[in-house]
Design a protein. Structure first.
Length: 287
């Protein structure tokens, strides 16, 4: 049975009429499993200067060895594989499709409390992920870290607890999930925790009072601006009226001055005529 399974796995990927053949150890893999590629000529004729390709990009060059093994497959190894090699000429094999199935997604680290956290509180950290493929005896192991410091290593529990949070517990936390054999290891994004003392926390009522005070200041400023605007408009109107009245008064004075200038020569001529005309003596003096 074992021999039959091996023979089935090593079925040539190309047709028999193809001179260069790429053989694979399987078509579908779970991440972490090995993948072996073997490039050879028809009837196992030896080839040299072998190039292995993944999705048209050179993956490996081997001058002599026509076999190449990827020890731990990942999702990045999905794709179409083929090879080329030298015999009498340079030959190229047909493509082979390889599928890698995900065993579990990258974990996400979550905390029971959001930052800032008050000193003395209990903080539970959870490294959340799940197996997408169920297999007998398959178990994930979890590790927790703060920066470069290891908090808990390879534990079957996905939980870690900070019993009494202190300021020195502030930092960047992350976790790691791995299979028992270590072939698949995935890391979570970092989670920042900030622990503060009671005196540094700003109470809610302070924020309420602050925003109320700011609102009142804004309201008072708005009222003052409106009053100042109205006062400026009133003064502007008053100055305009004074300007108009002054202009009118000046025009009246100018007109009266012109009238006086015109009448003054007439009065002067009349006075001169009166001086030249002889005065008649009173009737009593003539007798």
């Amino acid at each position: 049975m074992w021999l039959l399974t091996v023979l089935l796995l090593w079925v040539p990927a190309g047709a028999q009429t193809d001179w260069l053949i790429l053989q694979v150890s399987g078509r579908v893999f779970t991440e972490g499993e090995p993948l072996t590629l073997r490039c050879h000529g028809w009837n196992n004729k030896l080839v040299y200067n072998v190039l292995f390709y993944q999705n048209g990009t050179v993956l490996k060059f081997s001058p002599q060895n026509s076999e190449f093994t990827i020890l731990k497959t990942t999702l990045h190894h999905n794709g179409i594989y083929h090879c080329s090699a030298m015999g009498k000429h340079r030959y190229e094999s047909a493509g082979v499709s390889i599928t890698i199935k995900e065993l579990f997604p990258a974990p996400v680290l979550k905390a029971s409390l959001s930052s800032p956290i008050l000193e003395g509180h209990v903080v539970n950290l959870s490294c959340e992920t799940k197996l997408l493929l169920q297999r007998p005896g398959l178990q994930l192991y979890f590790s927790f870290y703060m920066g470069s410091k290891t908090l808990l290593s390879r534990n079957t529990s996905s939980e870690y607890q900070i019993l009494t949070a202190k300021k020195e517990d502030s930092g960047l936390y992350w976790c790691e999930a791995t299979t028992e054999d270590g072939n698949v290891v995935k890391r979570s994004p970092e989670l920042e925790l900030q622990v503060v003392g009671p005196q540094t926390l700003t109470p809610v009522w302070f924020h309420v009072l602050f925003y109320v005070a700011m609102g009142m200041i804004f309201l008072v400023d708005t009222i003052f601006c409106m009053i100042i605007h109205k006062e400026l408009q009133r003064k502007k109107k008053w100055n305009l009226e004074i300007s108009l009245y002054s202009g009118l008064e000046k025009r009246v004075d100018s007109y009266l001055q012109k009238e006086r200038d015109l009448e003054e020569p007439k009065y002067q001529e009349l006075e001169q005529l009166q001086e030249k005309t002889p005065q008649k003596p009173p009737e009593g003096e003539q007798q």
